[in-house]
Design a protein around this ligand. Structure first.
Ligand code: AP5
Length: 216
């Protein structure tokens, strides 16, 4: 299965990708996680990306496309989940080109639909593991031990771009630059719209039903 998890900031892409990865043994390619790692390692890409990310702006297309291309070329025959990519029409076109070269077309683009009030609630209460990337929420998915990752024991982080001003900017950037990508995939008839409000497991089974769990 080759799938894109699409949706606004806070719609649950990382949460659902983590479940799908565990359940179906897929490779999880999250551009946000890859960029955050580059920032924390102070690589050339990280230094370029940091100021865009802190403000909630998109990192330039050429930087992100190069990252995803490398990753897709290195994973072999295993299925994958793209989380947070593509976010612009240019990225969607570049992705198509790489996947044609690799002979691995997308099976589905899953669009997680959540209203804006709920997105703000989710993002402002989010905590993330800086080590393994597992997302938490102070109310809806608290860790077993306060501020500590259940999976790897690292201290949880409140992301810089989960502060109010950056959240507002990310939602604006999503509406202006990313939402138009939905039309691109609707015209290819691989777009699945999912109601992503409700229990995390409930949303996961809606995704499996829409895509066809036998295909994972
Ligand atoms: P990225 O890390 O991709 O951030 P994002 O898309 O803004 O998405 P989020 O990680 O904020 O949310 P999510 O949908 O994964 O939700 P989550 O599962 O965590 O990107 C960060 C930055 O990197 C960008 O702003 C940009 O600068 C740069 N970047 C990345 N990709 C790029 C690209 N392709 N091009 C250019 N720049 C790029 O859930 C959120 C919270 O809600 C959690 O606390 C979770 O526990 C909770 N939650 C999840 N599901 C539910 C549920 N069903 N009910 C209640 N709570 C829930």
């Amino acid at each position: 299965m080759r799938v894109v998890l699409f949706g606004p900031p806070g719609s649950g892409k990382g949460t659902q990708a983590s479940l799908l990865k565990e359940k179906y043994g897929l490779v999880h390619i999250a551009t946000g996680d890859i960029l955050r790692e580059a920032v924390s390692n102070k690589t050339e890409v990280g230094l370029k990306a940091k100021s865009y990310m802190d403000r909630g702006e998109l990192v330039p297309d050429d930087v992100v496309i190069a990252i995803v291309k490398d990753k897709l070329q290195s994973i072999g025959e295993v299925g994958f989940i793209l989380d947070g990519f593509p976010r612009t029409i240019a990225q969607a076109e570049a992705l198509d080109k790489v996947l044609v070269e690799l002979g691995k077309p997308l099976d589905a683009v899953v669009n997680l639909q959540v209203d804006e009030e709920e997105l703000v609630r989710r993002l402002s209460g989010r905590r993330v593991c800086p080590s393994c990337g597992e997302p938490y929420h102070v109310d809806s998915k608290p860790p077993k031990i306060d501020e500590v990752c259940d999976k790897c024991g690292a201290a949880l982080l409140h992301r810089e771009d989960d502060k109010p001003e950056a959240i507002r900017n990310r939602l604006r950037v999503y509406r202006e630059q990313t939402e138009p990508v939905l039309g691109y995939y609707a015209s290819k008839s691989i777009l699945k719209n999912i109601d992503a409000v409700g229990d995390i497991e409930q949303v996961a089974s809606r995704i499996a039903n829409a895509v066809g769990s036998d295909k994972f």
